[in-house]
Design a protein around this ligand. Structure first.
Ligand SMILES: CC(C)(COP(=O)(O)OP(=O)(O)OC[C@H]1O[C@@H](n2cnc3c(N)ncnc32)[C@H](O)[C@@H]1OP(=O)(O)O)[C@@H](O)C(=O)NCCC(=O)NCCS
Length: 167
């Protein structure tokens, strides 16, 4: 993992590291804060400590951390020769400072180093601005998928699937 450090919070003064078991409480808080933007579509918190631990059993979290604390995260899971990227989230006050880009780059490097040929992700259908965000990062729509049946939705939702080939 790359590292740079000084004492100013923001995208130029953070480290990216792998999440560990002791990060579960902070990571749960960070994900729920970042994903509060989904509350028009989904009821309740995005996850809880058990949910984060379940992700950690299947994959890993890359965490961005600055002098203030956890600033962002992304979930990375190897699925054969493809990578699955999820739960990209930046602490709301630090959004728009370049951390999302750096976490995407770190996730793609993680998959590249693991020998993956492509990255897959999915977004909730109502969150159309994210299409432009991920297209900007080189992802293309590949189809749709039914929404997770156990997630309480406020409006009908499905997933939009997107992928990017790694070179
Ligand atoms: C989505 C999210 C992770 C982006 O992180 P961020 O730190 O705010 O984004 P950045 O400042 O790093 O911007 C990254 C790049 O995307 C671009 N971008 C941002 N929003 C965009 C949009 N709506 N359309 C197109 N490009 C966009 C920026 O211009 C920047 O481009 P550049 O690197 O070429 O200069 C953050 O807003 C977030 O946590 N949102 C809530 C959780 C969420 O929705 N996660 C995604 C779920 S699938």
């Amino acid at each position: 993992m790359s590292a740079s450090a000084n004492l100013r919070p923001g995208a130029n003064s953070f480290i990216i590291r792998l999440g560990q078991a002791h990060d579960v409480p902070g990571l749960t808080h960070l994900i729920n804060a970042a994903f509060r933007v989904e509350q028009p579509f989904i009821g309740g918190d995005r996850t809880d400590p058990d949910g984060v631990r379940a992700y950690m059993e299947k994959g890993k979290f890359l965490l961005a951390e600055d002098c203030v604390g956890l600033a962002g995260c992304v979930y990375v899971e190897l699925r054969g020769d493809r990578g699955y990227l999820g739960l990209l989230g930046v602490d709301p006050p630090r959004q728009g400072t370049g951390l999302g880009r750096k976490l995407m780059d770190a996730a793609e490097n993680y998959f590249r180093e693991a020998g993956c040929c492509a990255v897959d992700l999915r977004i909730i259908s109502g969150r159309t601005p994210l299409l432009a965000f991920y297209r900007h990062h080189g992802y293309l729509e590949t189809g749709t998928a039914p929404f997770a049946p156990d997630v309480p939705v406020k409006v009908p939702c499905h997933y939009i699937c997107m992928s990017k080939r790694l070179v």
